[in-house]
Write a protein that binds this ligand. Sequence first.
Ligand SMILES: Cc1cc2nc3c(=O)[nH]c(=O)nc-3n(C[C@H](O)[C@H](O)[C@H](O)COP(=O)(O)O)c2cc1C
Length: 228
Amino acid sequence: MTDTTDTTGTEGGELRRLLRGIEVFAGELPSFDPLDTPGTPVELFTQWLRGALRAGVREPHAMTLATADGAGDPAARVLILKDVDEQGWQFASDGGGPKGRQLAARPFAALTFYWAPLARQVRVRGPVVRAAEQVRAADFLARGAGARAESLLGRQSRPLADLAERDAAVAASLARLAEQPELVSPDWTVYAVQPETVEFWQGDRQRRHTRLVYRATGDGWAKQLLWP
Ligand SMILES: Cc1cc2nc3c(=O)[nH]c(=O)nc-3n(C[C@H](O)[C@H](O)[C@H](O)COP(=O)(O)O)c2cc1C
């Protein structure tokens, strides 16, 4: 796009006009009554996830994972949600990469889901634990051959010289897996965010947004409305 590039925030920037012209919360939105909600955030999350699937949201199980390193510097990236149970909100990754190192230094994270057609956001915060050996092995073995071959290389987020280097390494890894299909990457890790707070945000075209946060009390959950 050609842009008269106005990074100073003054009127006239083409990109700025483009951004201002984008409609927010278009179309029919669901209602949300925070007084008529289940006792646990897992139940409400499950209802909302099913609603997102029914509404045709693509990859509604994709979420932004925010972590911090030992110095407190943040990083965020999108991951796939693997499960939600009493362990918490679970995801899997190469534990030897940047996010794995960050979680080792500071085992605390935030997750954010955004389901645009429904104007719904869910935010989860809490300490992060690593799942047991048999859980991570089962998760790894349930992945497709291509995904396992790539993970087995243990190179996620490292510099790559060119795409041919990737293809050759993955092909060699696939051949290795064909010989030893039971191989499990030593770095593959299943993590669980154990929620301290889970916030549900329902957008509204008239800006009557509704926010409900569940806070863990030790023996259950307390619910609280928040100002939007
Ligand atoms: C929709 C989507 C789903 C993704 N799912 C995963 C995942 O489940 N696990 C994973 O390690 N990376 C996943 N990624 C890639 C991550 O966003 C990220 O690039 C990678 O994990 C490296 O992150 P890091 O350098 O912060 O460790 C996904 C990316 C997208 C866009």
